[in-house]
Ligand binder design. Sequence first.
Ligand code: 13P
Ligand code: SF4
Length: 303
Amino acid sequence: MDQELMKRIRELAKEKKAVILAHNYQLPEIQEIADLTGDSLALAIEASKTDAEMIVFCGVHFMGESSAIICPDKKTVLPVVEAGCAMADMLTAEELRQEKDSLPGVPVVTYVNSSAEVKAESDICCTSANAVQVVKSLEGDEVLMTPDRNLAMWVQRHTDKKVHYWPGYCPIHNNLTVETLKRAMKEHPHAVVMAHPECPPEVIDMADVVRSTSGMLAYAKESSEKEFIVATEVGLLYPLEKENPGKRFYPASPEMVCEDMKKTTLSDVLRALEEEGPVITVPEEIRVKALKALERMMAVPRD
Ligand code: 13P
Ligand code: SF4
């Protein structure tokens, strides 16, 4: 890690009254210079509470957008504006409008891994940390979950409501097969299997615990077990190992790499602070509607 560059970034962040937020999948050096690391829900809540003048969001585009929706009076800067999310790209606002027409009156629950336009067409948002609570908080016997079918199928296991879903998915999690996970389990027979709900149902069936990224961090810390197989993006291994020196963590597959999450480097963060850009903005008409869905989500209590 380039300590000089990291020091310069911290100094400049202080000078500019900026807060640096980083998702749990970001490169280790980015997690190190961040004021706060976390899952999508923790970062959205932090963005809503911060008194910083600038939010430097080290993550992917939808995360920067959520921050811009929640804090329009602050500058949200995404160091690498091209860092996107393949799942978010699987549903457009027009497609969602058509889907809603086919399910009149059914509330729409949209995963935060979605565009601002899609959020604006939704009744409430959710993350992997609160999806079950969000669905249970709604009136009626049916919901439409978008854009992740795997998250929706996992929620279906925890509710009596009928969960309709859009067939989107995260390629990184969805590509994890039963065979690959079985191989990891054979290599580490005593390890607890932790899986992200973006994994396919047959992988979820094999998991001991299903959690968001921060949920996995909390579980590993509290658990008396010593070995864990981690079925999510490999970036989570860094904070897991850092926070639990006496425990061992093994990736379910070393191929679970989200290239978009790895695009942001220290040089990008420094440039973003110096130039105070690229700034993420959302058209006001869309922002106001998307904000309603995000605020409604943030009001749902966590377990
Ligand atoms: P969480 O960190 O909210 O569990 O989300 C995982 C993810 O895929 C973010 O893109
Ligand atoms: Fe999107 Fe999957 Fe990457 Fe998360 S890991 S940002 S869901 S492509």
